[in-house]
Design a protein around this ligand. Structure first.
Ligand code: ARG
Length: 565
């Protein structure tokens, strides 16, 4: 339910009835319980336009406000704020609707669009490291969220599978012979060994260079070796996706090499559009307000990261037909995206009405505030980090006797992976992110465990109750109504998170919701003796809707719930 727009409509009606010929400002959530559920703060701005006292305007609006449907009370406060209280009967009926609906009464968009979400994008020459973790997690969440809201999402994994280093790697692959899958087990090591050979042996280095040319000119043998290398390498990434529970498949891969045949055309089309200038032998596009040009072709004829991204932008807008293209990539690439977006728009590669956005995120740091590294200073491999998360999660399981060993393993996976994902999603994505095992695996605070625990706690109520629920939701005390209003806000939260591409709006919401539920449950027992049957039924339904909302929210974040914890 789009709660806010319902309220905005009520205000709009009051404006019409009051004869105010202006579009009302949108309502906002009240910042304190005593200010009601929502506030309308538009009277102050109107006072200048209308030359009237803001309290008078507020009074005029309140006089015409319908207090028999969505709202039940309005109060003028301070210089002309209007505090608004939702009608408990209406709240109850809307919660009931949400509870009966699979989608919790979250509608799908009236005008869905095609959205490309570009995320993960690991480089094939190396193991995925923690730097790719954030892109993968945030991107997957964004894709899940937009899908849930009804957009047609096209996931794109822009893997780095092209470049001169592949000559060296393939020459080395050929040299090491038959068992590629064994020698490529540790990509990092393979890369180091290949580089070692390259630096030590001139003949090998020549061969590597020769291979670069051969791959680029489409030599079948070299391409076969290259393909083998990519397959194995991508297999490593897929192992990580699998562990993470991320929805990326081979079909989503549109590698850098996919655009090879377009690169020359990108350059010649820029030439035709009159955008190119030669500088030091390189083909460049110079932009206003930017000292550094976008180089699209080097003096030796080679193409660059930017050229490929221009080809990809054109493909996504013109072939895939995307209306929104979102790049979930490290903030350090902000300059690159700003440039290629400008070039793509000004040279007609991407139509004006297509929204291009760089969903930037900060760096992952250790507790000491340094970029995250292994003890000996190497990059932390993602797969090791995820395995460690599961081991640590196992330690948090309290009453191990209550589970079989398979159950413990599966629980540890859900908790451990959930913790890593949630901790990443819960911070403002543009901030650097401090990786802290203890914090992320805590039952308290804004963590996945807290949400999973809240969910499991509600499930345990239902196990104890073990009966049939019927009857109505009745909004009784203040905590009850606040919980119910919070539940009705879900759709607004999802839409705003989608609009801003900021998953932390969902985590913040879930945290408030679970915290509110815990307080509600403490004060309002459900199964205790003496609670009358109507109240019991009502509270059970609110608990049920809370659990379903937690589950749906976590599902969008790619995190599972468990019934027992
Ligand atoms: N492979 C790149 C990197 O690791 C990320 C690719 C992002 N996507 C893009 N279309 N440039 O930095």
């Amino acid at each position: 339910m789009k709660l806010k727009s319902q309220l905005n409509n009520v205000i709009k009606d009051a404006f019409i009835k009051a004869g105010i010929e202006h579009t009302p400002m949108a309502v906002s959530e009240a910042t304190k319980p005593e200010f009601g559920d929502y506030q309308f703060n538009g009277a102050m701005a109107l006072s200048k336009k209308l030359g009237l006292n803001p309290r008078e305007i507020a009074q005029n609006i309140v006089n015409h406000l319908d207090l028999t449907g969505v709202l039940s009370k309005a109060e003028i406060a301070g210089p002309g704020f209007i505090n608004l209280w939702l009608n408990p009967l209406w709240i109850a009926s809307q919660c009931q609707v949400a509870l009966r609906d699979e989608r919790l009464n979250v509608s799908t968009r009236e005008n869905p669009i095609k959205v490309v979400v570009d995320y993960s994008g690991p480089n094939m020459a190396k193991q995925m490291h923690v730097g790719h973790l954030r892109s993968t997690i945030i991107g997957d969440t964004l894709a899940n969220l937009l899908t849930f809201l009804g957009d047609e999402v096209i996931r794109q994994n822009h893997i780095g599978d092209w470049g001169t280093q592949f000559g060296m790697l393939i020459a080395y692959l050929e040299e090491t012979g038959e068992d590629a899958s064994v020698s490529l087990k540790d990509l990092e090591q393979f890369y180091k060994d290949a580089k070692g050979r390259f630096d030590a042996d001139a003949a090998f280095a020549d061969k590597a260079r020769e291979y670069v040319v051969k791959i680029q000119s489409g030599d079948t043998h070299c391409l076969q070796l290259w393909q083998k290398f990519i397959d194995i390498s991508l297999g490593h990434c897929e192992e990580v996706y699998e562990k993470l529970g991320v929805n990326l498949t081979r079909d989503d891969v549109r590698a850098e090499s996919f655009y090879n045949d377009d690169l020359a055309k990108v350059v010649s089309d820029l030439q035709i559009a009159g955008k190119l200038e030669e500088s030091d032998g390189a083909q460049c596009v110079f932009l206003e307000d930017d000292e550094v040009p976008v180089i699209v072709q080097k003096g030796d004829g080679g193409y660059l990261y930017a050229t490929t991204d221009l080809a990809a932008l054109r493909y996504r807008a013109q072939v895939l037909g995307a209306k929104r293209i979102s790049y979930v990539v490290d903030a350090r690439q902000a300059g690159h995206f700003k440039q290629v977006f400008t070039v793509a728009k000004t040279s007609g590669f991407v139509p004006e009405d297509v929204k291009l956005e760089h969903i930037a995120f900060g760096t992952m740091m250790d507790k000491g505030g340094k970029p995250f590294k292994t003890r000996d200073g190497g990059t932390v491999k993602l797969i090791d980090l995820l395995d460690e998360a599961v081991v640590k999660a196992k330690e948090t399981i309290n009453n191990k006797e209550a589970y079989s060993s398979e159950e413990i393993d599966s629980l540890a996976k859900i908790i451990g992976i959930g913790a890593v994902k949630y901790a990443d999603l819960a911070i403002n994505r543009e901030s650097n992110y401090i990786f802290n095992w203890d914090k992320m695996l805590s039952f308290e605070g804004n963590t996945s465990l807290y949400m999973q625990y809240g969910y499991a706690r509600i499930q345990s109520i239902f196990r104890k109750f073990d009966g049939k629920i019927d009857g109505e939701i009745i909004i009784g005390d203040d905590l009850e109504r606040r919980l119910a209003v919070m539940l009705l806000r879900f759709e607004d939260v999802l839409n705003r998170a989608a609009e801003d591409a900021s998953p932390n709006q969902i985590t913040t919401y879930l945290y408030e919701l679970v915290t509110l539920f815990m307080r509600f449950y403490e004060q309002n027992p459900i199964l205790k003796e003496g609670v009358d049957i109507h109240t019991k039924m009502s509270r059970l339904q609110l608990a049920d809707l809370t659990a379903k909302t937690i589950k749906q929210g976590l599902d969008i974040l790619g995190i599972q719930v468990v019934d027992k914890l």
